[in-house]
Design a binder for this molecule. Structure first.
Ligand code: SAM
Length: 298
């Protein structure tokens, strides 16, 4: 995270709402994605008034709380201790506690822990509410210049190229902007696969949003793939946005058409192998697809 903020005004005007301590139940609180000033007054009220704060990483939580002079009971809650923690959290909710969930950055549950907890708290009948704030996907989308009326957030793509291309093929038909989270070291390979599977589309690499070295690099998928193939891995955190294609369904249709054309001559296995060679898609998945096409199931 960047520079600690200066003091926030205690009271801004007579009409400003009074501080609001969190209500009993599970309060999902968004925190900054870089710039520590990007936190709502209500989020600060919630942190200060919580009976317990569940944090993905307690050190990151303390950094934020120290910056605002807040102290509270902080416990770790992440993928590795979630199953053990959830019964304790449900008991705390049964006792009427005001529980706050935060992640290291942005909105909890968005490529971050919390989903299972929210499900269990809802099933157990306790209140769950969101205290909204930053999220890299919305920050990136808003300034990307790509269509914002319809979008699909797909989180992190698979790390291996075969599975990544398969996933991209599934996403090719979505009629909206696609949003991914990605790491610097994987960006070039990921853009190459995107250009290959989705074709040339408008795209934006949004890097280090809200921070000192914030950058929006705009271009087509193939321009950006070539740009990042040339240099070292970009530093910092990356949100990748891909504009909608003119004919998003083409990739899937082409693969199906290709398999259908090849099956009579080569058989299911041969057709799958040939299309795998031509597209880089997984042979196993193409085999299953070819089999389904042959049996008339699709
Ligand atoms: N919960 C967070 C949110 O609401 O955005 C996302 C958590 S996810 C584990 C972290 C990923 O989000 C990073 O690897 C990066 O892809 C993206 N991200 C987070 N902060 C970012 C920033 N300041 N600029 C660009 N992307 C960011």
């Amino acid at each position: 995270m960047s520079e600690p903020p200066s003091d926030i005004p205690a009271k801004t005007s007579r009409r400003a709402p009074a501080p609001q301590p969190p209500e009993p139940g599970l309060n999902i609180v968004s925190t900054p994605i870089g710039n520590l000033r990007d936190i709502t007054l209500r989020a600060l009220d919630a942190l200060a008034g919580a009976d317990r704060i569940l944090a993905e990483d307690t050190r990151v939580a303390w950094k934020l709380m120290d910056a605002y002079g807040i102290s509270a009971k902080v416990q770790p809650y992440h993928d590795h201790n979630g199953a053990k923690m959830r019964p304790e959290i449900l008991q705390a909710l049964a006792d009427g506690e005001r529980v706050v969930l935060i992640s290291d950055a942005g909105t909890p549950l968005i490529s971050d822990p919390g989903y299972k907890l929210v499900r269990e708290v809802i099933s157990a009948g306790y209140a769950v509410r969101s205290l909204p704030g930053p999220s890299a996907l919305l920050a990136g989308l808003a300034a990307s210049g790509l269509p914002s009326d319809a979008f699909f957030f797909a989180g992190f793509l698979p790390p291996r190229t075969g599975s990544r291309k398969n996933r991209l093929q599934e996403l090719a038909v979505i009629p909206g902007t696609l949003i991914f989270y990605e790491s610097g070291p994987r960006l070039a390979a990921c853009l190459a696969d995107i250009a290959f599977v989705l074709g040339d589309r408008d795209a934006v690499v949004a890097r280090e949003l809200t921070k000192k070295f914030e950058e929006y690099r705009r271009g087509t998928t193939s321009e950006l793939a070539a740009y990042y193939a040339g240099g070292g891995a970009p530093r910092g955190e990356i949100t990748l946005l891909i504009g909608p294609g003119d004919a998003g369904g083409n990739v899937q249709m082409d693969v199906d058409a290709e398999l259908t054309a090849l099956i009579p001559g080569l058989g299911v296995k041969g057709a799958a192998a040939k299309v795998a060679q031509a597209t880089g898609l997984s042979k196993r998945d193409l085999y299953a697809r070819a089999q389904a096409l042959k049996e008339g199931g699709v």
